[in-house]
Structure formats: C-alpha cells, structure tokens
Design a protein around this ligand. Structure first.
Ligand SMILES: [Zn+2]
Length: 128
C-alpha cells in the first residue's frame, strides 16, 4: 500500500468525522492533502506541474513532463473501486474506531452496500 490515506485522529467523534468527511469533495481534498502535502508530484518523474481533468467523474492529473496520468487513489486500496470515497472514509472510520472487530454485517448496514462489498471492504481494510 503506497499511502495510508487518512490518519484518523484517535477519539475523533462521529459528529466531527461527519462534519469533516461527509462529502466527496471533502474526502478528495483530504486525500489530496495526504498524498501530495506539497502539491501535486508526478509519481513517475516527480514533476510538479500537471493538467487536471475529469474522465467519467474521476479526477485525473496528467503530468506535463512525462504525460503520465494518475488519480488520487492510484496505488491505494481504493484504486478503481466502485465505492464512493466518502463511503471508504466512513468505513475506515468505523473499522479504526471500533474497539472490537467490526462485523462486515455492521459495515453493510451502516454504509448501505451489499454484503459482498462490505466483506471485501472489511478485508481490504484489515490488510492495510
Ligand atoms: Zn511525470
């Protein structure tokens, strides 16, 4: 795993969490900050200038030096996931805040996703 997407602060309350990470835009901004704290860096050549564009709702950065295209989630467990970022964030929150091992069934219920998606998500998170 290339990066740990979000360092969840210990003891972050659910209300604080929801205030900070409930929308797709908030989660993208947080991920950008975690991934490129000094601004965009091409993962191939480290160039700092990129052209940003949207392709089927995914934000892409095309490096102006080497033309490599990357996304916020490339190289992370969220790469090419169908699950929206805000659901990933909520899942990470639920799994990391749970003192006991949260059941996939609970994730399924709380995220409103399928049992299979919840099971996969839980196992990806436990591996990370
Ligand atoms: Zn590059």
């Amino acid at each position: 795993m290339a990066i740990n997407p979000i360092q969840m602060q210990k003891g972050l309350s659910l209300t604080d969490f929801l205030q900070q990470y409930s929308t797709q835009a908030q989660c993208e901004a947080a991920l950008f900050q975690a991934r490129w704290p000094q601004g965009f860096r091409c993962p191939v050549c480290q160039h700092a200038v990129a052209t940003e564009f949207l392709r089927s709702k995914t934000r892409l950065w095309c490096c102006r030096a080497c033309k490599h295209q990357t996304t916020l989630t490339a190289g992370t467990m969220m790469h090419q996931s169908q699950l929206p970022l805000n659901k990933w964030f909520l899942a990470i929150y639920l799994v990391t805040q749970s003192k006991t091992n949260i059941a996939a069934l609970a994730l399924r219920r709380q995220l409103g996703i399928s049992w299979k998606a919840a099971w996969l998500l839980k196992h990806k998170l436990m591996d990370a």
